[in-house]
Design a protein around this ligand. Structure first.
Ligand code: C2E
Ligand code: CA
Ligand code: CA
Ligand code: CA
Length: 276
């Protein structure tokens, strides 16, 4: 910090320097991780709500700092986006996750999150096509998750790419529904196969007569009409799961049913639930 005086001003400058330094360290960590394949993917299970059968997993990116602690994706993904690294990282996730899922039994799906930046490169469709070809995964087992913010910026361009992705056979899911600028018209203007209800809804679902439950009921009904499947995210309690059963929500995901886990744990996880 500059020696401009004492007290608050100096403290402020020091903390700004700290922040800048943290940022520089994180940027270095990201570059290093990309070059040395040090990112990891955790997989969180999704179940059918009614009979609690395993339906697939969502791929969630993980990065360790130099001390071995996990850095939350909400922290490092925005930085990777600003640095333009997310394109290469996103490509790695697609390749890795499809190759892994190809070895899963039956028709289990793998969901991969896409960043808005990946839609700006003009290479996304080719990247997905390559991942599908290289892995030999049945395309309909790949779900691509996008968020609404993407649809606002350049809807025509995004629509075109979503249609191409779908013509490859991949499925498209609208993530975090119910937050941000949700517009119901997105549901029929874009070619979605699935809607993922944001976990903020779950927190209020336990109140049996509450408005959130009524709203959810309406969303599920709307999805039925539009032929969209509905997944609830962030299911943490048995009460929430019971409410989702009553609403006939198709799939559920959350800590109650299974936390994100490293790839190495998937085989024993599958064993443990098939013998339940
Ligand atoms: P998301 O796509 O909404 O992923 C779900 C997040 O909710 C995950 O956080 C997951 O660990 C967490 N979660 C799941 N069940 C529960 C629950 O029952 N309770 C609570 N409190 N949380 C639950 P995570 O792994 O920290 O990921 C955060 C976000 O980072 C993701 O939100 C997604 O937007 C982004 N992200 C993760 N991996 C990727 C990736 O490969 N590419 C891109 N572009 N974004 C990614
Ligand atoms: Ca997601
Ligand atoms: Ca989500
Ligand atoms: Ca999210």
């Amino acid at each position: 910090a500059k020696s401009t005086g004492r007290g608050k001003a100096v403290k402020y400058e020091i903390s700004m320097d700290d922040e800048r330094q943290q940022r520089v360290l994180l940027e270095e960590r990201l570059r290093h991780a990309l070059q040395h394949s040090e990112f990891e993917i955790y997989y969180q299970p999704l179940f059918s709500t009614m009979d609690r059968r395993l339906r697939g997993f969502e791929a969630l990116l993980r990065l360790r700092d130099d001390d071995g602690y996990l850095v939350p994706p909400d922290v490092f993904i925005p930085v990777a986006e600003e640095m333009g690294l997310i394109t290469a990282v996103g490509e790695w996730v697609l390749n890795e996750a499809t190759a892994f899922a190809q070895g899963w039994p039956g028709d289990l799906t793998v969901a991969v999150n896409l960043s808005a930046i990946q839609f700006e490169t003009g290479r996304l469709v080719e990247t997905v096509r390559n991942a599908l070809e290289a892995s030999d995964l049945t395309p309909s087992r790949l779900e691509l998750e996008i968020t609404e913010s993407l649809l606002i910026k350049d809807p025509a361009n995004v629509l075109g790419q979503l249609l191409e992705l779908r013509s490859l056979g991949a499925r498209i899911a609208l993530d975090d529904f119910g937050t941000g600028y949700s517009s119901l018209s997105y549901l029929w203007k874009f070619p979605f196969d699935k809607l993922k209800i944001d976990r903020s809804f779950m927190l209020e679902l336990e109140d049996a007569d509450g408005k959130p439950r009524e709203i959810l009921k309406t969303i599920v009904a709307l999805c039925r009409t539009l032929n969209l499947s509905v997944t609830a995210e962030g299911v943490e309690t048995n009460e929430q799961l019971a409410a989702l059963r009553e609403l006939q929500c198709d799939q559920s995901q959350g800590f109650l049913l299974g936390r994100p886990m490293p790839a190495s744990q998937i085989p024993s996880f599958m064993m443990s639930i098939s013998s339940e």
